[in-house]
Design a protein around this ligand. Structure first.
Ligand SMILES: [Zn+2]
Length: 301
């Protein structure tokens, strides 16, 4: 009898110790206390498909990470007509350059992450590899499947695509079949709204629709929780970030601002743009900016 009492006291003590240590881990970053994850009946996996390549065992994980999240749009060879447009040339990286860039990351020991792995680390105070990047592509262009995907597959590098749901299946854009086919690679997905509207220019109802409907459509197509939105043209304000959070997003991506660091606001995550004019040297500067940032902040400590 006495033994039984002792056993239950020990069990209670153990439970208290475990929950206290979990709680202290959870609240390590008081500035952005983790937001509660709203219930969703459709969650299959929060962190993307299960066959995610594991982080290599020799990779060092750090608390004070600084991860440049690269932002692409089109990966394609331009037609002569397209090449005359400065906007098109800015928006489009050639497959040859893209392959050179992806190969550079692999050859130089960078760990490539999915965007939601970076988001998750920011929200929950997890560690990330000391030398990491993430590849993201906005707008859901068809060439992401035709030109980028074969390269990503060849080098076994994951990527995240932010989809404009209203344009899926239209000329020049991904189809749902493309999106499904890339997913197990893994390619992660986020919302880039329904119509790529400037969210800061919308009334409350339209803002709600753009954020809510795009999330709903992708979730019902992929049967997977969609946790993040990339603000079209990087335009956001307080109403936009609040609405995104209210609807159940866990993260929002803007453009510019350097590498993602632990205390970044999860709804103002920065990205580093790679445009069609970027040389390999430009690219190297962008991808090493995380390591440089870490070096500078540790010198300040
Ligand atoms: Zn866009």
């Amino acid at each position: 009898m006495r033994h039984h009492h002792l056993g239950s006291i020990v069990a209670v003590l153990l439970a208290l110790i475990v929950s206290a240590s979990l709680a202290s881990k959870y609240y390590r970053y008081p500035i952005h206390t983790p937001r509660p994850v709203p219930a969703s009946p459709k969650i299959v996996h929060l962190n993307g498909p299960t066959n995610r390549p594991q982080v290599a065992p020799n990779v060092k994980l750090v608390d004070a990470f600084a991860v440049p999240v690269l932002m692409y749009h089109r990966i394609a060879d331009l037609t002569p007509a397209e090449a005359k447009s400065p906007l098109m040339r800015d928006l489009t990286v050639s497959p040859a350059h893209f392959e050179q860039q992806v190969k550079y990351l692999v050859d130089n020991g960078f760990t490539c992450l999915l965007a939601n792995e970076v988001e998750d680390a920011v929200r929950s105070g997890k560690k990330l590899p000391e030398k990491a990047v993430a590849i993201t592509m906005d707008d859901g262009y068809r060439d992401n499947f035709d030109c980028a995907f074969p390269i990503l597959s060849k080098y076994n590098v994951p990527a995240t695509i932010f989809i404009v749901t209203g344009t899926v299946g239209t000329s020049g854009h991904l189809t749902w079949a493309n999106i499904h086919e890339m997913r197990p690679h893994p390619v992660g997905y986020g919302s880039h709204t329904v119509s790529h509207a400037d969210l800061t220019a919308l009334g409350a109802d339209q803002l709600d629709f753009e954020l809510r409907e795009s999330k709903r459509v992708i979730e019902s197509r992929l049967v997977q929780r969609i946790t993040s939105v990339a603000y079209p043209s990087g335009q956001y304000n307080r109403a936009v970030t609040q609405k995104a959070e209210e609807i159940g997003y866990l993260a929002g991506w803007k453009k510019g601002g350097g590498p993602v660091q632990p205390r970044t606001d999860p709804f103002l995550l920065p990205r580093v743009r790679v445009n069609g004019y970027a040389t390999l040297d430009d690219f190297k500067r962008k991808v090493w900016s995380g390591v440089e940032t870490r070096k500078m902040s540790s010198e300040l400590d």
